[in-house]
Design a protein around this ligand. Structure first.
Ligand SMILES: NC(=O)c1ccc[n+]([C@@H]2O[C@H](COP(=O)([O-])OP(=O)(O)OC[C@H]3O[C@@H](n4cnc5c(N)ncnc54)[C@H](OP(=O)(O)O)[C@@H]3O)[C@@H](O)[C@H]2O)c1
Length: 331
């Protein structure tokens, strides 16, 4: 299953609105004979990719897959059919499919005489590669990660407005890696005015990644004609609203499942106040500024007992910076 999880993680960011799934096929003697991840929409699901590699060696073997195999005709035929046709006699999956259309695969397989086990490494998969997709499947809304880089005194820019290089090169490289795995990167119009960010996923030498997430700018007013987000490096969507619910609905309509909200403080505050942030990712640099805007603007809190509570799920170092991942307590 760990090998299947790695396959799923490798295709994250290329499958939306379909889930990034990984699958490994073991022959009857237990040796791995096939592996694969979900191909981009319209292409084969992970099971079909892994079965193609295994060929006849799948007969009498086991399929290990991160999501319950689908039992429905979507753009591709049901994976349960492919598994049965290949002669697989055992299926082990991590997470049950929560969607009404695709669920029921485990039942179909069991009824055909396949030994089926669910739940292996379910938590790891549900909080890892499938996190955003499961959130979207349950709520109909994209999963939003609010990411910011701040000094130890919580500032995201200096008093003169300069904000580049708050975090370390290691942290910036991690953010580009993260950008490669999401469907969209979002900022408020204020960040475009202040920083003129490119909002692209790039390698350390500045080369653009092959796949670019959708760039989203939220705000009622026009964007400057020469703004970098208007160049041809990636597609940009300017949403002329200030309502997070409207933003999420517009993104869901476009098949966006996983969003990285990169600020600034005003837009982040509106999203936190609306309960529209599903994960907070903070890069805290060991620097002090003493003045300048702080990470979060007004978020509907006037007294300490009303603070938005988070549960920290991971603290790691990123070069000299501390990287904190936290989830709103409501989740
Ligand atoms: N270090 C970091 O991680 C980081 C990241 C991003 C930004 N920053 C810093 O943040 C500062 C910019 O802050 P900011 O707060 O102006 O940026 P912002 O939140 O990106 O943009 C604010 C703008 O967003 C629009 N907006 C969207 N929804 C809104 C809502 N519900 N309420 C009010 N406005 C809404 C408004 O534009 P319209 O007027 O067009 O409606 C508003 O002027 C800069 O200094 C930048 O360097 C730092």
């Amino acid at each position: 299953m760990r090998a299947a999880v790695a396959r799923a993680a490798a295709v994250r960011g290329t499958t939306s609105p379909n889930p990034p799934v990984g699958c490994v096929i073991l022959a009857a003697d237990g040796h791995q004979v096939g592996a694969g991840g979900t191909r981009p929409p319209g292409g084969p699901h992970a099971e079909v990719v892994a079965l193609a590699e295994a060929g006849e060696r799948a007969r009498g073997g086991t399929a290990v897959v991160t999501l319950e195999p689908c039992a429905h005709h979507g753009r591709t035929p049901p994976c349960t059919d492919a598994l049965l046709a290949a002669g697989v006699t055992r299926v082990v999956y991590a997470v049950a499919d929560p969607t009404a259309v695709a669920a029921g695969g485990a039942r179909v397989l069991a009824a055909a005489g396949v030994a089926v086990e669910g739940g292996l490494l379910a938590h790891e998969v549900a909080t890892g590669p499938l996190r955003a997709w499961l959130h979207h499947a349950r709520t109909g809304r994209p999963h939003v990660t609010w990411k910011y880089a701040a000094t130890l005194d919580g500032r995201v820019a200096a008093a003169d407005g300069t904000s580049r290089w708050i975090s370390s090169p290691e942290s910036r490289a991690e953010v580009h890696e993260l950008r490669r795995k999401v469907d969209a990167i979002m900022v408020g119009r204020g960040t475009v005015l202040a920083d003129d960010p490119a909002l692209t996923a790039r390698a350390e030498d500045g080369t653009l990644s092959a796949r670019q997430p959708l760039r989203v700018v939220v705000g009622l007013e026009d964007l400057p004609a020469g703004a970098r987000v208007r160049d041809s490096a990636a597609e940009t969507l300017h949403l002329r609203t200030r309502d997070p619910a409207e933003v999420l609905a517009a993104l869901a309509d476009r098949g966006v499942v996983d969003v990285l909200l990169e600020g600034g403080p005003t837009l982040a505050g509106a999203f936190i106040a609306a309960g529209a942030v599903d994960r907070v990712l903070a890069y805290v640099a060991p620097k002090l500024l003493g003045a300048g805007p702080v990470a979060l603007g007004a978020a509907g809190v006037s007294t300490v007992t009303a603070a938005h509570r988070l549960v920290v799920d991971q603290v790691t170092m990123s070069g000299p910076d501390v990287r904190i991942s936290a989830t709103p307590a409501r989740n």
